[in-house]
Design a protein around this ligand. Structure first.
Ligand code: NDP
Length: 405
């Protein structure tokens, strides 16, 4: 029986809102607040059309989430228990500030990034720890799929399968086809910043930096395909090696098709992925922001998207029985199923469902505790139950090493 605000109305917000509509005994009143309110109105219209039986009451509002006083007014006027932030990582801190000022809980799906430098780290948000704890409020960071479910998968490895995890490999395969020459599956600006940054992985207490997409191997993704996968830096590595100090090496792998890489190389080569603003007809424009305006919106890829995603975590180390062990936990999701269910593609779906689940586990008390938390610090068991119930069934494979040293 909770009132929540969802901030943002993009691909992920669409899924969060529709999953809240399905889960209407928990989410009774939902306000979708965003910059372009027409996008929120469209989501609400689709809920009314496709989910006429939902008892959740949806409203919409305009908000500039970079502006704390505006957020504070929005929150005070609506009176929610928590805010689900699925706008962009740039807005994390302003929304956290507004939550502190109004006394409401907070959840997001990506760590804060300053707009002017592609820097992925938790330091800014971890610095809110004392303020949230002292106010008796919870902030749950990065509760999408990766980050998010991947950390719950790691916590599950640690709780149920391993005495000590030594090697951790997070693998993310999108074996889907949206039929466009080039498009990104989530916000293009955030996605391209992530991929064009140097790669980084953790080994023996240190971060090893690589060129973008320098390291690759063919990885078999169960039930899906064998795909060439590349090491890139992903934010959950930072919190995982902190919270599981037995880890000797942690890497993150993602698949990219040849056509995708070719387009990206050209765009990068001609400066279109730069975040440095240039002068254009008297305006300052960051080329990547212009590129975003040209590329298809992630949510527009949903109709006609075929194929599956497979995201999982391989752990290697000492099993509960004291013997060497390798174990893999993963989910496979079909893009077309996501479209049929909530008019979304798989990447938005696999992010939005864990965000709804994280919010539910906070609201029903399973995870609620004051302070700033990463997903792996919380009990993975209720999260696994909810993933199986809400559309992202989890599978496990033991003693098969999918990712090689
Ligand atoms: P979109 O670009 O589709 O949506 C972002 C939404 O935020 C848009 O509706 C946008 O408004 C809104 N927005 C942006 N700036 C503001 C602002 N200042 N004030 C109010 N609203 C604003 O992105 P996605 O839905 O694909 O991604 C949402 C989040 O999910 C991102 O942070 C992304 O990094 C994260 N993500 C996490 C994943 C995970 O597994 N953990 C995977 C994929 C994404 P407008 O419509 O006007 O542009």
């Amino acid at each position: 029986m909770s009132k929540v605000i969802i901030i943002g109305a993009g691909g992920v917000a669409n899924v969060v809102a529709k999953k809240c509509a399905q889960n209407d005994s928990v989410f009774t009143e939902v306000l979708i607040a965003t910059r372009t309110v027409a996008k929120a109105d469209k989501i609400v219209a689709e809920i009314k059309e496709h989910m006429p039986d939902s008892r959740a009451v949806f409203t919409t509002a305009t908000v500039d989430a970079d502006n704390v006083p505006e957020l504070v007014k929005l929150i005070n006027d609506f009176g929610p228990v928590m805010v689900i932030n699925v706008a962009l990582p740039y807005q994390d801190l302003t929304i956290m500030d507004a939550c502190l000022e109004t006394g409401v809980h907070y959840l997001d799906t990506a760590n804060y990034e300053p707009k002017d430098v592609a820097k992925f780290e938790y330091s800014w948000q971890w610095a809110y720890q004392d303020r949230f704890r002292e106010k008796g409020l919870m902030a749950l960071l990065g509760c999408g799929f990766d980050p998010g479910a991947t950390q719950a998968f790691t916590a599950h490895h640690a709780k149920h399968h391993f005495q000590e995890i030594h090697y951790l490999d997070i693998v993310d395969c999108n074996n889907g086809n949206h039929g466009k020459a080039f498009a990104t599956n989530f916000n293009p600006e955030i996605n391209i910043r992530e991929i064009t940054a140097n790669g980084r992985y953790y080994e023996n207490g240190e971060w090893v930096e690589t060129q973008p997409l320098e390291i690759s191997q063919d990885i078999y993704y169960p039930k899906v395909a064998t795909r060439k996968s590349f090491v890139l830096y992903h934010e959950e590595l930072e919190s995982l090696v902190k919270h599981f100090p037995t880890i000797k090496r942690a890497r993150f792998w993602m698949t990219f098709g040849e056509a995708y890489i070719k387009h990206l190389n050209v765009l990068e080569g001609i400066g279109m992925t730069s975040i440095e603003p240039i002068d254009f007809r008297g305006m300052k424009v960051a080329p990547i922001e212009f590129l975003k305006a040209v590329l298809p919106a992630p949510e527009s890829l949903a109709a006609g998207y075929s194929g599956q995603t497979c995201i999982g975590v391989q752990a290697k180390g000492i099993g509960k029985d004291g013997q060497p062990k390798v174990h893999f936990v993963y989910n496979v999701k079909d893009h077309a199923d996501c479209y049929r269910e909530v008019q979304a593609q798989g990447v938005s779906y696999t992010t939005g469902v864990p965000a709804m689940i994280g919010a539910m586990l906070m609201l029903n008390g399973n995870w609620m505790q004051p302070g700033v938390w990463n997903v792996e610090q919380l009990d993975p068991d209720p999260f696994f139950d909810a993933m199986n119930q809400w559309g992202l069934p989890i599978s496990e494979l033991t003693d098969i090493e999918l990712v090689k040293d």
